[in-house]
Design a protein around this ligand. Structure first.
Ligand SMILES: Nc1ncnc2c1ncn2[C@@H]1O[C@H](COP(=O)(O)OP(=O)(O)O)[C@@H](O)[C@H]1O
Ligand SMILES: [Mg+2]
Length: 263
């Protein structure tokens, strides 16, 4: 469903993603792990056609992301690392706008809006302005929005960062249910190792723009002779503190570019 070959992204003289290759079969839940600044978000942006790769190929359900970005985009739903809902709109209006942008017919929009808001348990709150929502509610709304146009692949960039354990487990329950009931392929990034271990069937660990390990959580622990995935992660990526992070403003610019259909 996702095929990536020798993907590279340079920002000026800096190589953020350095020759990444992997494939994700249909229906799989794939976790992309790495410390801050490793290149996770940059990779997600290239896979979702938001950023153009410096070199390399991305195939999304067989569509070349560089040559057929619109076809690729129709196959995918995205939850970005930073909140990207419209605070001035209600929950239902946020879904409606997304449905219109993706060309979902009006009757189907109404149906999907109700189904999805019930799915993420926000139906009772549908007419409230999003500004009043908690972080967890906004995440659930973003998840519902990402599913509005029935994407075959769901991309989640650190979907649970900063949320309490109850809300995190809630979010993953929704994602797993969506993968099961809608046969959605899921690509997520995280640096919560407990989540990665519980949710992902297959993992790749990225550091300094390169994949340093691949396999099931069990296989990665075996490779590094670690008792836990957390230990394996430290063994693979070292102890140094990583302060890098992309700003929310950068994320918003990428989002608005995506809506305008440009890159
Ligand atoms: N638009 C940009 N311009 C310059 N450097 C960037 C840009 N976006 C990301 N980077 C840099 O690329 C590296 C990887 O960033 P990112 O993909 O956001 O990492 P992660 O999501 O794994 O934390 C970081 O060093 C970051 O500072
Ligand atoms: Mg990131």
């Amino acid at each position: 469903m996702i095929e990536v070959r020798e993907l590279v992204k340079d920002f000026g003289g800096f190589r953020a993603v350095d020759g990444v290759s992997f494939a994700v079969p249909a229906g799989q839940i794939f976790g992309f792990l790495g410390p801050n600044g490793a290149g996770k978000t940059t990779t997600v942006k290239m896979l979702t056609t938001v950023l153009r790769p410096t070199s390399g190929t991305v195939l999304i359900d067989g569509h070349d992301a560089a040559r057929e970005p619109l076809a690729a985009r129709r196959c995918l739903g995205i939850v970005f690392q930073d909140p990207s809902v419209d605070n001035e709109l209600t929950a239902a209006e946020n879904l409606e706008v997304h449905g219109v942008l993706y060309g979902v017919p009006a009757a189907e929009r109404r149906r999907a809006c109700e189904e999805l808001l019930r799915f993420v348990e926000l139906w009772e709150r549908r007419d409230e302005i999003v500004k009043q929502f908690s972080g967890g509610m906004i995440r659930r709304l973003e998840l519902a929005r990402a599913l509005m146009h029935k994407p075959r692949i769901l991309f989640l960039d650190e979907p649970t960062v900063g949320l309490d354990p109850q809300t995190r487990s809630h979010i993953w329950a929704f994602v797993e249910r969506s993968a099961r009931e809608r046969a959605t392929t899921v690509f997520f990034t995280t640096h919560y190792m407990d989540e990665a271990e519980r949710v992902a069937q297959e993992l790749a660990v990225i550091d300094h723009g390169r994949i340093v390990a691949r396999g099931s959580p069990e296989a990665i622990k075996r490779q590094t002779k670690a008792a836990t995935l957390e230990e394996a992660f430290i063994a693979l990526t070292g102890h140094s503190i990583r302060d890098e992070d992309a700003s929310p403003a950068d994320q918003m610019r990428q989002m608005s570019k995506l809506w305008r259909g440009r890159r």
